[in-house]
Design a protein around this ligand. Structure first.
Ligand SMILES: Nc1nc2c(ncn2[C@@H]2O[C@H](COP(=O)(O)OP(=O)(O)OP(=O)(O)O)[C@@H](O)[C@H]2O)c(=O)[nH]1
Ligand SMILES: [Mg+2]
Length: 192
C-alpha cells in the first residue's frame, strides 16, 4: 500500500463510547490475532493526518489518536458522529466503530475514490446489500443535520445523510464483518 499523503485527504474518527453489552466485556480491547479490535481498526486509518477517538477520557490509549469525549454520552454512534464532525479539520471524515477488524487502508481508499462533488456520504454495501453507515465517509457539511436529528430524538446513524445524497460502494462485504458477541469473534477467528 502506498501511504502518499495525497491519498489521505480526509480525517478519521473511531467512535468508542459504547457499553459492549452484547459482548459482555469491552469489545474494543478484545484480542484478534494478538491485538485489540480497536488496534485493527486504527491501523486501517493510520494514513489519515487527523485521527480522533470519540471515547471517555482515559479509557483508551491509542498512539497518534486524539481522544474527544461524547457531548451526549450513551446516546449512540450518531452522537459520536456529531462530536467527530465538529472536530474534523477536513471536508471529509472517515467514521467507524471499534468492532470492524476487517477494515483495511484499501477499503477506505475505495470509498474515497467514490466521492462525488454532490455527495454527502459514501457507504459500503454489506452482505445483504444494505448500506453500512458504521464504516463510511461523511462530509463535514452534515453537522447541522446530525445535530437537528439528535435534538429531535433520532438515533439511527443511517439517517445522518439523506439517501439521495449518498454513494454506495459494492464489493467490500467481507471487510465489514462486525463483532457484537463473543460468538462473532470466535467465528471470525476460526475462519483464518
Ligand atoms: N461515542 C459513542 N460511541 C458509541 C456509543 N454507543 C455505541 N458506540 C460505538 O458505536 C459502535 C457500534 O456500536 P455497537 O456495536 O452497538 O456497540 P456497543 O453499543 O458498545 O454494544 P452493545 O451494548 O452490545 O450495543 C461501537 O464502536 C461503539 O463503541 C455512544 O454512546 N457514544
Ligand atoms: Mg449499541
Amino acid at each position: 500500500m502506498d501511504w502518499a499523503p495525497r491519498d489521505w485527504d480526509f480525517s478519521a474518527a473511531i467512535t468508542a463510547g459504547g457499553r459492549s453489552s452484547r459482548f459482555g466485556s469491552d469489545k474494543a480491547l478484545a484480542l484478534a490475532r494478538g491485538r485489540p479490535l480497536l488496534d485493527h481498526v486504527a491501523e486501517s486509518l493510520r494514513g489519515c493526518p487527523t485521527r480522533l477517538l470519540i471515547a471517555p477520557t482515559g479509557k483508551y490509549v491509542l498512539d497518534g489518536w486524539k481522544v474527544i469525549p461524547d457531548t451526549r454520552p450513551g446516546e449512540g454512534p450518531l452522537a459520536g458522529l456529531e462530536v467527530a464532525l465538529s472536530h474534523t479539520p477536513t471536508e471529509w471524515l472517515a467514521f467507524t466503530g471499534v468492532d470492524l477488524p476487517g477494515l483495511t487502508a484499501d477499503f477506505w481508499q475505495a470509498l474515497a475514490q467514490a466521492r462525488t462533488s454532490a455527495s454527502l456520504a459514501v457507504f459500503p454495501l454489506d452482505g445483504e446489500g444494505r448500506p453500512q453507515p458504521l464504516a463510511g465517509l461523511y462530509r463535514r457539511d452534515l453537522l447541522p443535520r446530525v445535530t437537528e436529528l439528535l435534538d429531535a430524538g433520532e438515533r439511527r446513524l443511517k439517517l445522518a445523510a439523506p439517501p439521495e445524497r449518498y454513494v454506495l460502494v459494492p464489493g467490500w462485504s467481507a471487510a465489514l464483518r462486525n463483532i457484537n458477541t463473543p460468538d462473532d469473534l470466535a467465528a471470525l477467528l476460526s475462519r483464518s
